[in-house]
Design a protein around this ligand. Structure first.
Ligand code: HEC
Length: 123
């Protein structure tokens, strides 16, 4: 009986530990290398409030030409493609096969991309 309790307690403790780690290191952790989720610009523009904002309008000074002249809005469909493959996405969004972005492709596609978008909505 005592042994079962100890095992149950250990399992519960381990599960809490696991959930806590997941919350800190979600798939969006990858974006943090270059982006702040607050208002500060880093290697890339600040991402706070990005969902629903017009592209290239954060006040970031080092945008590529494609982002400077962007005329799309960061809705879920645009973000999904961008986070998966920004190199291809920028050509499609700009309507120019020669358009380039300074953000390397992140390959966060499918469920990973959706998890990141869900996170971006909270900042
Ligand atoms: C290696 C650095 C780097 C990483 C990693 C990175 N980005 Fe970027 N990101 C940039 C740069 C640089 C730009 C500006 C691109 C340009 O002007 O062409 C940018 C631009 C953006 C924009 C457009 C912002 C705006 O105001 O229009 C979004 C959205 C974005 N990144 C999201 C993400 C997300 C989400 C991740 C994580 C999956 C990520 N980025 C990972 C460097 C990075």
């Amino acid at each position: 009986m005592k042994k079962t309790l100890i095992i149950a307690a250990t399992a519960a403790f381990m599960m809490t530990g696991f959930v806590a780690t997941e919350a800190v290191a979600g798939p969006e952790g990858k974006c943090k290398t270059c982006h702040s989720f607050g208002a500060k610009h880093k290697v890339g523009p600040a991402l706070a409030g990005i969902v629903g904002r017009e592209a290239g309008k954060s006040g970031f000074k080092k945008h590529s030409k494609a982002l400077k002249n962007a005329n799309w809005t960061w809705d879920e469909a645009h973000l999904r493609k961008w986070i998966c493959n920004s190199k291809d996405a920028v050509k499609e969004f700009a309507g120019d096969p020669k358009a380039r972005t300074k953000m390397p492709p992140q390959k966060m596609c499918g469920a990973k991309g959706d998890a990141i978008i869900a996170f971006l909505k909270t900042i």
